[in-house]
Design a protein around this ligand. Structure first.
Ligand SMILES: Cc1cc2nc3c(=O)[nH]c(=O)nc-3n(C[C@H](O)[C@H](O)[C@H](O)COP(=O)(O)OP(=O)(O)OC[C@H]3O[C@@H](n4cnc5c(N)ncnc54)[C@H](O)[C@@H]3O)c2cc1C
Length: 379
């Protein structure tokens, strides 16, 4: 197997030649550009590096995937559009899927031909996900699904949805849940986008009205969807943290570079950069353990919640400090342009507020740490 050093050199030189696209702010254009970029990355074999070759993966290791993500970010190249498929849902299909599910679904997921969304949250089942009420009733060779999902990112663009449903309402709530892979073009699905405070319509309400889902689209066994959902959420909390760390580091480096040499910064601005820098060092230290766990393939652990909490704080600190700098600097009489793209920073600052909600809110992560890591009494 190619050593990590050789792999890094190969990735770096490919990226130097690849001419990565600039990312438009407008959501529709962004989606189209990043989908094409995903195809380019997949065709060159850079996605799903740790997945099995029969599913279109690279048959390498998580370490190779991490190295590629790091090089991609360091080259100031954007991420592909299908991150929910690549980082969140795909690893669960690779791990729990039947051979035909993996062969049919994963190559198209990798290339971006199929965009995936994650239909977990419902209006009354977010933090308390196991209370979900969307019903699936077996009928012949299908399940008939009725219910509602909410906050489903990219549902309006998705071809497929990883959907949690209740197949047995008579047992303990975690025990009656199944995990379906649903074709979003199925009759009975209505998708209604929701506007976020960034102005984008990135997530949606999804209504399901007697949607027929073929039985072979069940992932794992009936009523055994909860451990798979936990695996999916673990991938979202753990693996994605490592990518975000490098992205934040590069964002901060760019901000510092843009401000270097300015003698009109003032003590408050210097202190802001200092606070953001210290926050980044904390995230560095935390994610060293994450890398070790990912490489050892430990599966979901309460430590994923620590990662998520640290990442939330650091992400919000870094963007808030830099966004805070933009206003005063531009307001100074005769001030020179900062070199920072204020629209992009303003967008990222607003989006950073979501970090302590998606993938499980900060309050809920703290409860997991208190109860499952520290063994404190349940509230
Ligand atoms: C940008 C974004 C993208 C998202 N994308 C998706 C997606 O693609 N698919 C998907 O399924 N979901 C998605 N979500 C939904 C997300 O997972 C939920 O918002 C999250 O789990 C919280 O659930 P909720 O919104 O129902 O809030 P609630 O669970 O109603 O919580 C409301 C508040 O009460 C607090 N709270 C709730 N229970 C407790 C408790 N036991 N102890 C202490 N405090 C508590 C919460 O921390 C929160 O502050 C997304 C959310 C965001 C912001």
């Amino acid at each position: 197997m190619e050593t990590l050093e050789d792999f890094r050199v190969r990735a770096r030189s490919w990226l130097a030649e690849a001419d990565p696209p600039k990312v438009p702010l407008d959501l529709d254009s962004r989606f189209a550009v990043l989908r094409r970029w995903q195809r380019t990355l997949a065709e060159a074999g850079w996605l799903g590096l740790a997945w099995s070759p029969d599913a279109g993966g690279g048959g390498l290791t998580h370490a190779h995937q991490l190295v590629f993500v790091e090089e991609l970010v360091r080259a100031r190249a954007p991420q592909p559009i299908g991150l929910i498929g690549l980082e969140v849902v795909g690893p669960s299909i690779d791990r729990y899927g039947t051979e035909s599910q993996r062969r049919e679904l994963l190559p198209r997921l990798l290339s971006g031909e199929d965009i995936w969304c994650q239909g977990f949250s419902e209006p009354d089942a977010g933090s308390d996900l196991a209370s979900l009420r969307t019903r699936a009733v077996a009928d012949g060779d299908s399940y008939v699904v009725t219910g509602q999902k909410i906050w489903t990112s990219w549902a309006h663009e998705a071809q497929w949805c990883a959907l949690l449903v209740r197949t047995d309402p008579s047992v303990r709530k975690q025990a009656g849940i199944s995990y379906l892979l649903v074709d979003m073009t199925s009759p009975g699905i209505t998708v209604r986008p929701i506007r976020q405070m960034t102005g984008d319509r990135e997530f949606c309400e999804v209504f399901l009205d007697e949607v027929r889902v073929p039985r072979p689209n069940l992932l794992g066994a009936e009523n055994e969807g909860w451990p798979i959902a936990t695996h999916t959420l673990g991938s979202e909390r753990g693996g994605a943290t490592l990518r975000r760390r490098v992205e934040l580091e590069v964002a901060l480096e760019d901000a510092v570079e843009a401000l270097r040499g300015r003698d009109d910064l003032g003590d408050r601005a210097r202190a802001a950069i200092g606070r953001a820098h210290v926050a980044m060092r904390v995230l560095d230290a935390q994610t060293r353990q994450t890398t070790d766990r990912l490489l050892a393939d430990t599966g979901p652990t309460p430590l994923d919640s620590v990662d998520k909490l640290v990442l939330n704080d650091v992400e919000q600190t870094v963007f808030a400090e830099i966004a805070g700098l933009l206003g005063p600097l531009r307001a100074l009489p005769g001030s020179r342009p900062t070199g920072l793209h204020s629209e992009r920073w303003a967008h990222d600052h607003l989006y950073s507020r979501a970090a302590s909600i998606y993938g499980g809110s900060a309050q809920v992560q703290r409860t997991i740490v208190a109860e499952r890591l520290l063994g404190l009494p349940r509230g």
